[in-house]
Each structure stands twice: as C-alpha cells, then as structure tokens.
Design a protein around this ligand. Sequence first.
Ligand code: ARG
Length: 475
Amino acid sequence: MPDHSDANAETKAKPGHGGQDMWGGRFSAKPADIMQAINVSIGVDRRLWAQDLAGSRAHCRMLMAQEIITAEDGEAILNGLETIEGEITGGTFPFRDQFEDIHMNVEARLAELIGEPSGRLHTARSRNDQVATDFRLWVRDACDRTGQQLKTLQRALLDRAEQHADDLMPGFTHLQPAQPVTFGHHLMAYVEMIGRDAGRFADARARMNECPLGAAALAGSPFPIDRQATARALGFDRPMGNSLDAVSDRDFALESLAAASICAGHLSRLAEEIVIWMTPQFGFVTLPDDLTTGSSIMPQKRNPDAAELVRAKTGRITGALVALSTVMKGLPLAYSKDMQEDKPPVFEAFDALDLALTAMTAMVLALTPNVERMRAAAGSGYSTATDLADWLVRELNLPFRKAHHVTGAAVKRAEALGVDLMQLPLTELRAIEPGVKDAVYKVLSPEASCASRMSFGGTAPDQVRARIKDWRTRL
Ligand code: ARG
C-alpha cells in the first residue's frame, strides 16, 4: 500500500481544521489519511476553476436579484471571486488537498479573503449541482474546441485534395489493388468522416446544453431561486427539468466521449495509411524531417512516430469511454461519489484528441505525395480489369457475369505473358472473346478508368472537384 502519511504534509487536515470544517459540527475526528487520499480530487478538478467561478458568479448574482442575499454580501462575494481569479491566473492561488476539490478550495479561500459573507454563497446550492454545472460547461467548451479543430483539419484535407484532384493512386480493398482512384478522392473520404465527427460533437453539445444549477443536492431548493436566470447567464438553453437527473447523470460526458472515440478511430485509419504509405515498399508519401524521427541505431530510418502515436491515442480515448460507462453503470439515483471519477477519463480523452488532431493536421499539410510512384502503382495489379468487364457489357452486350469471366481469362493470360492489360495484344484478347475491338484500349488506362467514374461521389476528377466545392461552401 502506498504510504500516504507524509504526502502533502503541510496541506493535510489538522485536528479540528480542514476538511471537516466544511461540514461543521457533526464530525469530531479528522479524516484518516487513507480517507483523504482516496477522496481528494483537487489535483484533477482544479482544471474546472474557470467554470466553477463562472457558476458561482451566476449563482451569486441570481441570489442578489432574488433578494435571497443582500446586495452588500453579494458584492463582497463577487469581489472575492475576482481576487481568486487573479490568484489562479497569477499562479499564487493555494490549491490545498485538505479542501478536497475545486469547489471547496474556492470556498475556503473566499472565506479567508472576505470572511463571513462567503458563507452565504452556498445558499440554495450543493456541490452536487455545482459540479454537474461546472463539468457540463467544461465538456461543452471541449466539444466546441474540438469542432474548431475538426474544421481546421477538414480545410487542410480540402486544400491537399484540390492540389491532387487529378493525381492517380491505387484504390484498395483488402489492401489489394482494386481500382484506380485519385489521391484527392482518397483524402476527401476523410473530409466526409471528419464532417460527421463534427456533427456528432455538435449534436452532443446541443443535447447537453441544459443547466443543472439549482437542482441543489438532489431535490431542488426551498429558496425562491430563478433557475431560468442562472441557465441564461451561463449560456444554457434552459434549466434541466428534473433535479434528480440534473445531479446524477453524466450522459453528456459519455456522449462526447463516444463522439471522441469514433473520431479517434477515423484519425487512426488515416494515421495507419500514412504509416503504410511511408514504407519504402509503398513509397507513396514522405513527411518532412520535423514530423518524423530517426533511429538511435539504424541510421537509414525515418519513422512516422507522429502517425503511429495518433493511431495509438485511440486506445486512451476509447478506453475513457469504457471507463466512464463502467463507472456510471448501475449507480442508484441520485449523486454518488463514484461520479467524481468522471473527470480523469474525460480530461485524458480530450487532451489526447487535441494532440491527435493537431498532429494529424500538421501531417496532412506537410506530407509530400510521390505522384509518379502512385501513378505507376495505380496502373499495376490489373487495376482496370473492371473497366474491361464493363466495356464488354456496354459494347458487346455480354451479361456482367460472362464479362467478368472473360476478363478473368484476359488477366490470367496477361499474367502469364508478364504484361499489363494495356499491353496485352488485341490478338490475345480476341482469342478469349472474338468481339473485342481496338477501342477497348481507351478504357484500360488508369486515367480513363478514373475519369469514367462520374457517378455522384465517384472518383472522376470533376466529381471530386465538385465535392470539394460543396465542402468549401459548407465550411
Ligand atoms: N468533487 C466532487 C465530484 O467531483 C464534488 C461533488 C461532491 N458531492 C458530494 N456530495 N460529496 O463529484
């Protein structure tokens, strides 16, 4: 067991002081060291300081407006909160373990600064609705910040897609060459995914934008509070409709973690592709020195560590979703201390996602595709076999299954002769299907293959450019 006895010695609760001051006369013994060690959360929830001050200010102003506290006391509280904000931003605020969490740290400091009136701030409020409000505000900001980052990544992808709307690469299924596509088209696939990710964060934000403040401990308050006013002051659409629900659900956090997890999954796929494209065997893209690392032993190495770490961050992010889902499962209404464990996974996930998005955007902007090599690969692997089959259907009116069979025989023959479909002599093709004409070669180049895929959302360069234009208007 870890030794907690002299950790944070100078901030530890002293008999008759500290933690139990907060709940007053009922307690005569100070908390055991292990009680404090397992209970303390200030090291984590100090990140909620700005939200906590915003919530306290809104609550205080409402109490004044409703004449629940006097203007004089209210002013003293607001001034004290102002001083605290200065101390926190100036780095002089004493964050103390003995006061457990951010809420009690602020309150304890307020008492030191302004004395008695500080005790009136907690009228008609509980830490339960306070933390629910603070955390909602934090997650709401995180969703907004992530939304901006997703837009930035989309713009980077759009720019690169536009530059490479005509440049060919192999499209894969099963990571086997399938049909030629353009690099622009491939990048635009991620623009779509990231767009849906942004939509998920926006949906979560809209649903979470109701205010728990005023639910108090669990049952509401006997004071004539104005929940509409505090909700408005904090930018919420309305107060939450049930006080038990308000203090005891964290579905808003789960929903944003689900959005983060799906988004991280998308990023990991692009990261994986960058890793594959960067291998000498593929050689499709390079990243500049400042976005790769070397090896301490193998001088030839250039490693895509940033892409690998983006890929790996998915573990933490999806892990956070699983962690919080597990914390919440089966909790009876209303608040339980289990819910204090909501913050570490959320902070960790959003920190990881922030890094992953920033790194991915940098890589997208900096990567150099090897256009010639991708073009060459696009034409290899019999990637236009489907175009041959389609030609047989269109021009010779063969049923597709028959055309598929004929094409398979042509590929087999080309393989035996060690040539591409393009280079397979007409006599060879006619030996398999006598109706074939010279015009067939027009559809066998990867350029022609791409250009022919004009269906909405297809890889034809004109289609890709049209979708780029759509997205530019949407963004
Ligand atoms: N630090 C606590 C949390 O994050 C604040 C709420 C405490 N409420 C309580 N009833 N002990 O959940």
